[in-house]
Design a protein around this ligand. Structure first.
Ligand code: SF4
Length: 343
């Protein structure tokens, strides 16, 4: 964002939140700030709530050092054969297409990486990802991640996607992006035409509050994606002050389902440094997840946490599963390095 846009954004954020622009600026000096023009406009029109905005609202609690909350909570450092690749599984990997985003989420587990001056991923690094996949024929499914791949212009993004198109071993290409909620016009005709013609694309949305779905432009972009044959799955995170109550979470899942955005994963917060104020107590997570279990099957997401060895732990609700025990495992993993006896 230009200096002028940042100043205007900070003044809108200050007006809506009651935080001073000085407080916001102090936090933004440490962790980058970006709120998309679409959200700024919605705030000015009064149709985006403070609860939803907290996802991007710099808060001085980010500057506190809280025990157990660390810079790399999912242990990604160990999983990168190239700067642009994250490989956790045998047949799948993630490509870090860029480390820039359309908005900077204050709870992001890559908070120490995204939005800093070196956030551009050079073309040479992306070419290394293509070469790596070509040399590993067992990889048949990839996630385009970051940062937000749709923060790139069509010119840059499509030039990369054209190279991916030649990798016939890939059966699925998933785009992980917040554009649907925060820059729905980014899902434009040129991009969708390309994705539709290829036929292997899926879209992974990241909606955490009903306001992230409830807007005519978002619904229109959802329909464009679906008409182009691109399935939409949602990944949501439990966030204190945003969606840590039954009413909000049930409304989010039902609204996604109504618009054919499948509620897929519901994450318990990664314990990232600067994100402790978003952590939701386990009892509350259990209460909300049990309430969701009364929804129609396709509206029920899997409950997920990721430990510092980047192993994904997923559970679906059923009466005999002890959710407290499942979630306590996460605490044991995140205390692993400090209290080895717990493992
Ligand atoms: S868009 Fe994704 S990568 Fe960027 S800050 Fe938000 S969660 Fe992190």
């Amino acid at each position: 964002m230009s200096a002028q846009t940042i100043t205007r954004t900070m003044s809108v954020l200050s007006e809506v939140s009651g935080f001073s622009t000085e407080e916001i600026a102090k936090v933004a000096e440490r962790y980058p700030l970006a709120v998309s023009p679409f959200i700024v406009k919605r705030l000015q029109e009064g149709n985006y709530s403070l609860e939803a905005l907290r996802q991007f609202l710099p808060d001085t609690r980010e500057l506190m050092d809280i025990e157990g909350f660390v810079g790399d909570p999912t242990g990604e450092k160990e999983l990168q054969p190239e700067r642009s690749i994250l490989r956790t599984y045998h047949n799948r990997l993630a490509i870090i297409v860029t480390l820039k985003c359309l908005v900077y989420c204050r709870f992001c587990f890559r908070k120490e990486k995204v939005g800093f001056p070196d956030s551009v991923m050079p073309e040479s690094e992306l070419d290394k990802a293509i070469d790596y996949i070509a040399a590993h024929p067992e990889i048949n499914d990839i996630l385009l991640s970051g940062g937000d791949p749709l923060s790139l212009s069509n010119q840059k993004l499509l030039s990369f996607l054209k190279k991916l198109r030649e990798l016939k071993q890939l059966k699925a290409i998933r785009i992980d992006s917040r554009a649907l909620s925060f820059a729905p016009d980014r899902l434009d005709g040129e991009l969708l035409e390309f994705l539709e013609a290829d036929g292997r694309y899926w879209y992974y949305a990241h909606m955490n509050h009903p306001d992230d779905v409830n807007h005519p432009d978002i619904i229109a972009a959802t329909k464009r994606l679906l008409s182009a044959g691109i399935p939409i799955y949602n990944q949501c995170v439990f966030l204190a002050g945003v969606n840590d109550n039954v009413e909000t979470m049930v409304e989010l899942m039902e609204t996604c389902y109504e618009h054919k955005i499948i509620p897929y994963n519901l994450y318990v917060l990664d314990r990232v440094k600067g994100g402790a104020h978003f952590d939701v107590p386990i009892d509350r997570v259990v209460e909300i997840y049990e309430a969701i279990s009364h929804l129609a099957g396709p509206a029920q997401p899997l409950l997920v946490f990721v430990d510092e060895k980047s192993r994904k732990h997923r559970a679906v609700y059923h009466e005999s599963l002890d959710l407290h025990q499942f979630l306590n495992l996460r605490m044991n993993y995140s205390n692993h390095q400090r209290q080895p006896s717990l493992v």
